[in-house]
Write a protein that binds this ligand. Structure first.
Ligand SMILES: [Zn+2]
Length: 80
């Protein structure tokens, strides 16, 4: 009886350890995030939602924010 409890505990510990390793590996391969200067949240570098301005590329959470930036880039650039 004791043995099976030990075995279960061992499996539980091993599962937790491998899940932790998996979570860390996932985190490591996540793409770099950048700040959406319009609303301030962190976004993925999505080329479809990017705007080039003065040689810099800015990324946004939505087309709406990209358009806002295009209209008044200086307003948002100063917030940096
Ligand atoms: Zn946004």
């Amino acid at each position: 009886m004791r043995r099976s409890i030990v075995a279960i505990l061992l499996i539980a510990v091993m599962t937790t350890a491998s899940l932790t390793a998996f979570a860390q590996a996932k985190k490591a391969e996540k793409p770099e995030k950048v700040r959406d200067v319009v609303c301030g949240i962190m976004v993925d570098k999505d080329p479809a939602l990017s705007v080039k301005h003065n040689g810099d590329t800015y990324y946004f959470c939505s087309k709406t924010d990209a358009e806002k930036f295009k209209k008044e880039p200086e307003k948002y650039r100063k917030k940096k």
